[in-house]
Design a protein around this ligand. Structure first.
Ligand code: GLN
Length: 492
C-alpha cells in the first residue's frame, strides 16, 4: 500500500490499517488533502475545508475507537463547531457554527474526524446540487452531468475518492438519489433514528441525517456511531440501537422482498428498468422470495411532499432575517426594508419559490384545501407501507427513474426536477428507512452512468435493510467499479 492508494479505501479497510498502526491518522489526512487538491478543481464537491483543525484532531485521534482516525465529509447543513455552515446559501455567508451538531459530537466520540463541508442545493432544496448558491458540483462518472442532490457534494466526494465516507441529509430523497446517480451507497434512516440537533431545518417532520459511503458495511459503521436518542432533540426516538454490523454476512434466503407495481411506472429509463429487473432476478436466485405488493397512494406522494415540505420550509426559513445570522442588507430604510432586502439578496430562486408556495398553502382560506388535505393523504401513504410490511421485509424499486442528467437539462423546469423524487419521497412521508446501492450502469453517450437499487424497510428496521443490501452488494461487483476520476489512481 503506497500513500497514493489510500483514498481508494473504504472506511472498514482504512480503519483496520489505522488500528494496526500501518498508517497514522495524520498521514491519512495528508494523503486525502493531496487527493482533494488534485481532483476537486474538476468535481467541486467541497465548499470549505479546515485542514488545520482536522490536523490537530488527527494528532490526538484514538485509532482503537470504531471510526478512530477516519475523516468524514460533512454536508454543509450540519453544524461543526467553529466551522463555516452556509447550507450553500448566500444568506449564511460568513456564518460560523457555534457548536457541534449531535451527529458531529457522536462521530468525534467514535474517533472520526469531521473533514470538510460539502456542496448541496441551497437549504437542501433540489435534486441536482444546481440550486447551490455557491457553485456546481460535477458527477465523477461524467463531468457534464449532475451528481444528484441535494447531498450532491458528499456523494460526489465519495465517488471521486475525495472522501472515505460522508454525512448527508434527506427530506425527500437527498441522500438516496445522489447516491444512485453518483454510484455510491446512501442510507436514509427512519425519522427520529438520528438526532437533528444542530442540523439546519428544512422541513422538520421529514428531515433526517444519513450516510453516503462506498459500501454497505461503512454505512452500518457510521450508523453505529450516530444513531440513538438525543435528549436535546424532541423528535429523536428513545429506542435501543442495535449493532448495525452484526447481521451483515447473513444471506438472502427467506428474505421476503416486495415489488410494488406502482413503482414500475412508464417513464422509467429502459436501462434503469433492465438493471432493476436483473437485480430482482439475482436476489430471487439467492433465495429471496419476491412478492407483489401494492402502494395505492403512490401517485399523490410528490404533490403531498411539495405541499408539506414547502409549508414547513416557509416557517423554518423565517429565522433568516439578517438580524441573527449571515448576510445583512446594507443601509436599510427601516426594519421591513431590512428584512425584505436581506431575503431578496440572500435567497436563491428555488428557495424563494418554496417560501412563496409554502406561505400560500398555509394561508387562511387555502389551509384546509392544501395543507390539511395533504396531511390526510400522508396518513394514507403511511398506511400503504404498513400494509405492505405485513407481507414483506423490504420493498425493492429503482432509486431514481433515470440516471444522472446533464447539467442545466432540468433547471428551467422545476416540476421535472421535482419528479426526481418519485420513488424516494414516499419513504420520508411515512418516516420509514431506505437505502440505495449500486446495481448496474446505463451506457449513455459513451459514458457509464451508475444505477441505484432502492430497498425500503419498516421504521427502525435499518439493520434489516442493511443486511439485505449487504448480501446483494457482496454477491455482485457493482460496488467495486470506480468512477473514471477515481480510477486515475492506482488500485489499492
Ligand atoms: N429533491 C427534494 C426537494 O427538492 C428533496 C430534497 C431533500 O431531500 N432535501 O425538496
Amino acid at each position: 500500500m503506497t500513500g497514493k492508494d489510500l483514498p481508494a479505501l473504504n472506511i472498514a479497510d482504512l480503519q483496520s490499517l489505522l488500528r494496526h498502526r500501518e498508517v497514522s491518522p495524520r498521514e491519512v489526512l495528508d494523503v486525502l488533502q493531496a487527493r482533494i487538491e488534485s481532483v476537486d478543481g474538476k468535481i467541486d464537491a467541497y465548499l470549505s475545508i479546515d485542514f488545520e483543525a482536522a490536523a490537530k484532531e488527527a494528532e490526538k485521534a484514538n485509532v482503537d475507537l470504531p471510526l478512530g482516525g477516519v475523516p468524514i465529509a460533512i454536508k454543509d447543513i450540519i453544524s461543526v463547531s467553529g466551522e463555516s455552515c452556509t447550507c450553500a446559501s448566500k444568506i449564511l455567508r460568513g456564518y460560523l457554527a457555534p457548536y457541534d451538531a449531535t451527529v458531529i459530537r457522536k462521530l468525534r466520540a467514535a474517533g472520526a474526524i469531521p473533514f470538510g463541508k460539502t456542496n448541496m442545493d441551497e437549504f437542501a432544496m433540489g435534486s441536482s446540487t444546481e440550486n447551490s448558491g455557491v457553485k456546481l458540483t460535477r458527477n465523477p462518472w461524467d463531468l457534464s452531468r449532475v451528481p444528484g442532490g441535494s447531498s450532491g457534494g458528499s456523494a460526489a466526494a465519495v465517488a471521486a475518492d475525495e472522501a472515505f465516507g460522508g454525512l448527508g441529509t434527506e427530506t425527500g430523497g437527498s441522500i438516496r438519489q445522489p447516491a444512485a446517480l453518483s454510484g455510491v451507497v446512501g442510507l436514509k434512516p427512519s425519522y427520529g433514528r438520528v438526532s437533528r440537533f444542530g442540523v439546519v431545518a428544512f422541513a422538520s417532520s421529514l428531515d433526517q441525517v444519513g450516510t453516503l459511503t462506498k459500501t454497505v458495511r461503512d454505512s452500518a459503521m457510521i450508523m453505529n456511531a450516530i444513531a440513538g436518542h438525543d435528549p436535546q432533540e424532541t423528535t429523536s426516538l428513545n429506542e435501543p440501537v442495535p449493532d448495525y454490523t452484526e447481521e451483515l454476512g447473513k444471506d438472502l434466503r427467506g428474505a421476503r422482498l416486495g415489488l410494488a407495481k406502482e413503482y414500475m411506472i412508464e417513464g422509467i429509463d429502459p436501462q434503469v428498468k433492465t438493471a432493476i429487473d436483473a437485480a430482482v432476478k439475482h436476489m430471487d436466485s439467492l433465495g429471496a422470495e419476491i412478492i407483489d405488493v401494492s402502494l395505492p397512494h403512490t401517485d399523490y406522494a410528490i404533490a403531498v411532499y411539495y405541499i408539506l415540505a414547502t409549508a414547513e420550509a416557509s416557517a423554518n426559513l423565517a429565522r433568516f432575517d439578517g438580524v441573527r445570522y449571515g448576510h445583512r442588507a446594507e443601509h436599510p430604510r427601516d426594519l421591513l426594508d431590512h428584512y425584505g432586502r436581506t431575503r431578496e439578496e440572500g435567497f436563491g430562486p428555488e428557495v424563494k419559490r418554496r417560501i412563496i408556495l409554502g406561505t400560500y398553502v398555509l394561508s387562511s382560506g387555502y389551509y384546509d384545501a392544501y395543507y390539511l388535505r395533504a396531511q390526510k393523504v400522508r396518513e394514507l401513504i403511511r398506511q400503504d407501507f404498513a400494509k405492505a410490511f405485513e407481507k414483506v421485509d423490504a420493498l425493492i424499486s429503482p432509486t431514481s427513474p433515470v440516471p444522472a442528467f446533464k447539467l442545466g437539462e432540468r433547471t428551467d423546469d422545476p416540476l421535472q426536477m421535482y419528479l426526481a423524487d418519485i420513488f424516494t419521497s414516499p419513504a420520508n412521508l411515512a418516516g420509514i428507512c431506505g437505502i440505495s446501492v449500486p446495481c448496474g450502469f446505463a451506457d449513455v453517450d459513451g459514458h457509464r452512468l451508475p444505477i441505484g437499487l432502492q430497498l425500503l424497510g419498516k421504521a427502525l428496521d435499518e439493520a434489516r435493510i442493511l443486511q439485505i443490501a449487504h448480501a446483494y452488494e457482496q454477491s455482485t461487483d457493482w460496488h467495486k467499479a470506480r468512477s473514471p476520476i477515481a480510477a486515475t489512481l492506482p488500485n489499492a
